[in-house]
Ligand binder design. Structure first.
Ligand code: CO
Length: 137
């Protein structure tokens, strides 16, 4: 099982982080923690903290970014939910053997040095789901 320990973050697709910061800074009043490029996913991410949960704004940095494809199809909005897990490689192996469809068979590098992997929404009740094992440091 996923054995989620917490909701780590909610991923939100945007055309432009800069264009949406007014909403997050001023209307929502959330706290900007970091803006970071994640070349492995062809995105730039901005993390806003709300209590224990982060909002991860995802802006595509290339035309073939998965976020660019999402924006073209669905427009801006909620993209995925990420759960904190431990032993992500073990979780993926267990889920695969249980018949859960994986997008990433192996963990890859996410923001903040986390290891992440996506599960297919066909196996997760229609919600694109990310497993996130935060870095130990
Ligand atoms: Co994410």
């Amino acid at each position: 099982m996923i054995n989620a320990q917490a909701v780590n973050h909610l991923g939100i697709a945007v055309h432009s982080i800069a264009a949406q910061q007014h909403y997050y800074d001023t209307t929502l009043g959330a706290k900007l923690e970091a803006i970071e490029d994640v070349p492995s996913q062809n995105v730039r991410v901005a993390f806003y903290r709300v209590g224990d949960v982060r909002l991860e704004l995802l802006e595509p940095t290339t035309i073939d970014s998965p976020i660019a494809a999402f924006l073209a199809k669905r427009g801006e909005g909620l993209h995925h939910i990420a759960f904190t897990v431990s032993d992500i490689a073990q979780r993926l192996a267990e889920l695969k053997s249980a018949g859960v469809r994986l997008i990433d068979e192996m963990p890859r590098a996410g923001a903040h040095g986390a290891r992440i992997a996506f599960l297919h929404p066909k196996s997760t009740a229609g919600v694109l789901t990310e497993l996130c094992e935060p870095s130990a440091t």
